[in-house]
Design a protein around this ligand. Structure first.
Ligand code: NAD
Length: 352
């Protein structure tokens, strides 16, 4: 059995669904169900006897201890986090509470559990911490992509909180011998992503006939990876990764935000014709401290783990748009009144 935290969120839910589709090993999901967590994300496994859902906080030490004692998972996969950079600018405290203190509590519970395990359970145990490429800061236009030895230089409260967690995870390996693995992945997209992030926000607005808000000049570059490829990479690192190592995960798909939005408008025009979606693009005031470029050098995970993405940006985007079109009830359910207030606070127009 494995314990997955944050499994009701975007990547965590895709991970749990893919896991149970590919293996008979049971899963306990621990999730606080913040605004970003949604039990509807786990609806494909709702009646699956191999899955247990527990609502709770990774920072609740007693709960983590109880789950570890009761289920004796062979691995913990830690997705739980506050994840939206813009929210971290407006309110960083929740990011410190979950991403730093919460990860610490979970890690420390894992340390105590690991220390008491008999062999062979002890030899098999892993703590896989899911992190981001944002911990490395921003690249210039011609810099090489981030590798595992790139120095940390986080620029937002979000990336700083993830960096702090990564350091704790590293220290727990060096100090206590906890068999940790850390993955630092580039921007994900795909089904079940909360529509505050670029691609689902644009799909939602495009379909509603609303403006498509692009930050600044639209020239910020991200390296995009389909969520199913990220989940496959995490499974592969869990099986074949060397404890104490970090692995960068990326899709070799660098694109500016404007290129992404234009590509999306083209896919929408094919799948839901009838509107000039690109005419809805609207440039808005840039995010403070907006990192200009992220890119991943995936050499290590390819050579050592043998993982490579299966989807291209085009194939992944087509599947993503199809999913949002087929799941309009999901989109309507998560875009509540609170969501609308947040969008108007965050995407002020240039002259607002
Ligand atoms: N989305 C990306 O592009 C991306 C890229 C690289 C890495 N990551 C990392 O992957 C992980 C998952 O990202 P996501 O995009 O799925 O995020 P998400 O915001 O969609 O989901 C986060 C989940 O964590 C849960 N959660 C939040 N605080 C919690 C707490 N204290 N205890 C228990 N559960 C809690 C939420 O309810 C939610 O279900 C994060 O650690 C993130 O830093 C994301």
């Amino acid at each position: 059995m494995i314990l997955v935290t944050g499994g009701a969120g975007f990547i965590g839910a895709n991970f749990v669904i893919d896991w149970l589709a590919q293996s008979d090993e049971r899963v306990v999901t621990l999730d606080k169900l913040t605004y970003a967590g949604n039990l509807g994300n786990l609806s494909p496994v709702r009646d699956d006897a191999r899955h247990v859902f527990v609502r709770g906080d990774i920072g609740d030490r007693a709960l983590a201890e109880r789950l570890l004692a009761e289920y004796r998972p062979r691995a913990i996969v830690n997705f739980a986090a506050e994840t939206h950079v813009d929210r971290s600018i407006h309110g960083p405290a929740a990011f410190i509470a979950t991403n730093v203190v919460g990860t610490f509590e979970l890690l420390d519970a894992a340390r105590a559990h690991f220390a008491a395990l008999p062999e062979p359970e002890r030899a098999r145990f892993r703590f896989l911490h899911v992190s981001t490429d944002e911990v490395f800061g921003s690249l210039g236009p011609h810099d090489a992509g981030f590798s595992e030895t790139t120095a940390y230089a986080p620029n937002s409260p979000y990336s700083a909180s993830k960096a702090a967690a990564d350091h704790l995870v590293r220290a727990y390996h060096h100090t206590y011998g906890v068999p940790v693995l850390t993955t630092n992945c580039s921007n994900n997209y795909g089904p079940r992503q909360f529509p505050e992030k670029l691609i689902p926000l644009m799909i939602h607005n495009a379909l509603a006939g609303n403006p498509l808000p692009v930050y600044g000049d639209g020239g910020n570059v991200r390296d995009w990876l389909y969520v199913g490829d990220h989940c496959a990479a995490i499974r592969a690192v869990l099986e074949r990764g060397r404890p104490g190592e970090t692995y960068n995960i990326g899709g070799n798909a660098e694109m500016t935000n404007l290129e992404v939005v234009n590509a999306l408008c083209r896919v929408l025009a094919l799948q839901r014709p009838g509107r000039d979606y690109a005419a809805q693009i609207n440039f808005v005031r840039d995010r403070p401290g907006h990192d200009r470029r992220y890119a991943i050098d995936p050499t290590k995970i390819r050579a050592e783990i043998g993982w490579a993405p299966r989807e291209t940006f085009e194939s992944g985007l087509a599947q993503t748009v199809r999913w949002y079109l087929d799941n309009s009830a999901w989109l309507a359910a998560v875009t509540s009144g609170e969501y609308k207030k947040w969008v108007s606070l965050n995407y002020a127009t240039e002259d607002a």
